[in-house]
Design a binder for this molecule. Structure first.
Ligand SMILES: Cc1cc2nc3c(=O)[nH]c(=O)nc-3n(C[C@H](O)[C@H](O)[C@H](O)COP(=O)(O)OP(=O)(O)OC[C@H]3O[C@@H](n4cnc5c(N)ncnc54)[C@H](O)[C@@H]3O)c2cc1C
Length: 487
């Protein structure tokens, strides 16, 4: 090819205007992937701040994440982004990755009474590698242990016949293992019953291991890291010292250096075709704004929808795209800084999931147990806890409810010194049965509209690493189409 016929790639990039709707990590990543090759980018965010579910605040003088916090350092696109943004030195491995299940302290305990925490033994998605381990007996009782042991004596079952995690565990190990070890994790993390989780996606390799070994516990044991590797496996779980918002801030800084336009308090209300592109309409600035008072519409060659599923479906409906959006779970998330009497009790679990129905909380994260830097900032007399409340319990005051729930587990906790409350929407995980098929169908419908691309948690499945990875992949495809023509 001669110089004369070479495509003007830089020219194509510079003349491709991109509007990104939604300033969470998906939208910011998408904006970055476009701006870095010279595309003019405008990002609009409905709220008064960017970051979406990533938010760090100072409570009682401690910087702490209010929602998303932990990630896996081995997740490559996210790890590469952190390195590229110069945040590598802020990555802090988890001090403790243990998980405990909360159960009533005794069989005669009244509702709302004290709780006992049982730290899970080595497991995969709650399925124990050793059904005789003491914590398993504490959770399912002697009869439950004998029922779980029967798994060893049953004929091998290929997981291909049982795709659902809950049904598989119930069939092999009995209902008590399913309800008291597996359900606390899936319900606590995603608000999803184990019967709605796909075994192969939740625990890759379990299917083949079960066929090989012939028992579920034996299969799990095969998937566990060697004891010598366990510490490094745990260390792969990490946080950003100073909060995950540093990632958001660093991305925004880079975008501004590249002349991207970032607008907060700017809600996109729709987009209409112009013939060769799109006109994105915005509601006016501020919470009370309406569409009539809106800012100038934005001209775009590419519109990136980086919003939640319902908003994306609403924005696409006028263009003939009907989306089968997944059902979501709404929860109250309360972050607490509490007084705590130092105790001589053994190390605490970093994450606690109750047996469903035991508490108003779906999960409790003890950030002072999980992260050394938070423990140092808090000192001996304070604890930092994040409590996710199940809305079905209709908490009247989420902060009061959260505080009394954690006091049921840890009597050494005293007064609340500071608190933050957020209401959040949880998207189903990528491991949900049928997720991949639903997303493939949604993406096929969206891609029929030229110049429109959708990213975000509802497509990628919950989790910052997955959202970043999905946005990078989607925008790579878009960039390719812009620079080289649609394939
Ligand atoms: C309590 C909680 C804890 C979590 N913990 C973890 C964790 O420890 N580790 C982890 O990896 N993940 C965690 N997650 C999941 C993770 O936070 C999300 O997967 C991720 O942040 C989602 O990013 P997103 O950009 O897709 O969506 P969001 O962060 O929801 O961003 C979407 C943005 O779009 C904006 N928007 C919506 N409509 C419009 C419109 N019309 N115009 C303009 N803007 C609009 C919204 O205001 C929002 O800011 C957690 C989530 C929650 C709720």
């Amino acid at each position: 090819m001669t110089a004369h016929t070479e495509p003007d790639l830089a020219g194509r990039a510079h003349t491709t205007r991109v509007v990104v709707i939604g300033g969470g990590i998906a939208g910011l990543t998408a904006a970055w992937e476009c701006a870095r090759i010279g595309m003019p980018v405008t990002l609009v965010e409905a709220r008064g701040r960017i970051g979406g579910d990533i938010e760090t605040a100072e409570l009682d003088g401690i910087r702490i994440d209010l929602a998303a916090e932990a990630f896996s350092v081995s997740a490559r696109p996210l790890g590469a982004l952190i390195d590229e943004l110069g945040l590598h030195d802020a990555v802090e491995p988890a001090a403790d990755g243990s998980i405990a299940v909360a159960v009533p302290a005794s069989s005669t305990s009244a509702a709302g009474g004290p709780l006992r925490l049982v730290t899970l033994p080595a497991n995969r998605s709650g399925i124990p590698a050793n059904t005789w381990a003491t914590p398993v007996r504490q959770l399912v009782g002697t009869a439950g242990v004998w029922r779980a042991y029967l798994d060893r004596l049953r004929p091998p079952l290929t997981i291909g016949r049982e795709r659902r995690l809950g049904a598989l565990v119930r069939t092999r190990m009995g209902p008590r293992v399913r309800d008291r070890l597996v359900a606390p994790i899936t319900v606590g993390t995603y608000g999803v019953d184990p019967d709605d989780i796909d075994v192969d996606l939740a625990v890759p390799g379990l299917s083949a291991a079960l066929t090989r070994v012939g028992s579920l516990a034996g299969a799990v044991a095969q998937l566990l890291p060697e004891p010598s590797e366990a510490a490094s496996a745990r260390a792969r779980r990490a946080m950003l010292r100073g909060g995950l918002s540093r990632l958001v801030e660093a991305l925004a800084e880079r975008l501004l250096v590249l002349d991207a336009d970032i607008r907060v308090d700017a809600r996109a209300t729709g987009f209409s075709p112009t013939g060769d592109g799109w006109l994105v309409t915005l509601a006016g600035e501020g919470e009370e704004a309406d569409a009539d008072a809106g800012a100038e519409p934005l001209v775009a060659d590419i519109v990136v929808l980086a919003t939640d599923a319902a908003t994306t479906a609403h924005l696409l409906a006028p263009h003939g795209v009907q989306l089968d959006t997944p059902s979501t779970c709404v929860r109250d998330v309360v972050t607490l800084v509490m007084d705590a009497t130092p105790t001589a009790s053994p190390a605490r679990a970093a994450t606690v999931y109750p047996v469903p129905g035991t508490m108003a909380a779906a999960s409790v994260i003890d950030a002072t147990a999980a992260w050394a830097s938070v423990a140092t900032a808090a000192g001996a007399g304070r604890r930092v806890l994040r409590v996710t409340l199940d809305l079905t319990d209709q908490a009247t005051d989420p902060v009061e409810t959260a505080a009394s729930e954690v006091q049921r587990m840890w009597p050494e906790l005293g007064a609340v010194r500071a608190a933050a409350h957020r209401r959040v929407i949880l998207s189903p995980p990528a491991s949900m049965v049928g997720h991949a098929e639903r997303i493939a169908a949604a993406r096929a419908r969206i891609s029929a509209v030229p110049g429109i691309v959708a990213v975000g948690e509802w497509l990628a499945g919950g989790g910052v690493a997955g959202v970043v990875s999905d946005a990078v992949n989607e925008l790579e495809r878009v960039r390719h189409d812009v620079l080289w023509g649609r394939s």
